[in-house]
Write a protein that binds this ligand. Structure first.
Ligand SMILES: [Fe+2]
Ligand SMILES: [Fe+2]
Length: 175
C-alpha cells in the first residue's frame, strides 16, 4: 500500500510543473497518508519494536544496514515536511519556481522509498528471520497485532486503503 502512493505523488508533482491545476486537497491528502500511514504506522513501529527486537537478537542496529534504514526514515520525514511546507507556499500566481522545488523534493522521495522497501524486503527481513527465535517472532507479531488493533485504531488500514484508491483514481496513478 505504501508503494502505491509513489506514482500518485509523481503524477501530482508532474501536474504542477506542467501547470495543470490540481485540486487543493491532493497534496495535503498525500502528505497525511505519508505522515500517518507510512511514517507513524509503519516506519514508527519498525523503530519502536522491530529494530529493537533485532538488537535483542544480537544484530548491530547502530551501524550498517539498520542504521542506514533509520537514517532513511529520517530523510523521508524531512522530505515530506519539505513537500508540505512548499505546498503551503504554493500559489498558481507564482507557481513555476515552487513547482520545480516540489518536483525536485518528490523526485528524491520516490527514489528513496522504493529502494528502502527493497532493502528491507531483500536483506533486513531475511536477516531478522534468521536471527530472531520463533518465540521472539511470535512476541513481536503479537505486539504488532495489539498496537494495530488498539493504539493505531483498527480502521486505519481500511481508511488509508480508501484514501489511496481515491487518489489513484483522481491522478490515474495506477492501481
Ligand atoms: Fe523502514
Ligand atoms: Fe518497512
Amino acid at each position: 500500500m505504501i508503494e502505491g502512493i509513489v506514482p500518485v505523488l509523481e503524477n501530482a508533482a508532474l501536474s504542477l510543473i506542467r501547470q495543470q491545476e490540481l485540486d487543493e486537497d491532493i497534496f495535503p491528502e498525500i502528505v497525511d497518508f505519508l505522515r500517518v500511514f507510512a511514517d507513524e504506522c509503519h516506519h514508527g513501529l519498525e523503530e519502536s519494536h522491530f529494530f529493537p527486537a533485532m538488537g535483542e537478537a544480537g544484530i548491530d542496529t547502530e551501524s550498517g544496514l539498520v542504521r542506514d534504514l533509520k537514517e532513511e526514515h529520517k530523510a523521508m520525514r524531512r522530505l515530506v515536511r519539505k513537500i508540505a511546507e512548499l505546498w503551503e507556499d504554493f500559489s498558481y500566481a507564482c507557481a513555476a519556481r515552487t513547482a520545480e522545488d516540489i518536483h525536485a523534493a518528490v523526485q528524491v522521495f520516490v527514489r528513496v522509498l522504493p529502494a528502502h522497501i527493497r532493502k528491507e524486503d531483500d536483506t533486513c527481513f531475511p536477516m531478522a528471520d534468521e536471527a530472531l527465535s520463533a518465540e521472539q517472532q511470535a512476541r513481536l507479531a503479537a505486539q504488532y497485532q495489539e498496537i494495530q488493533s488498539r493504539e493505531l485504531c483498527s480502521g486505519v488500514i481500511v481508511h488509508y486503503g480508501d484514501v489511496l484508491t481515491r487518489l489513484q483514481a483522481r491522478l490515474r496513478g495506477g492501481s
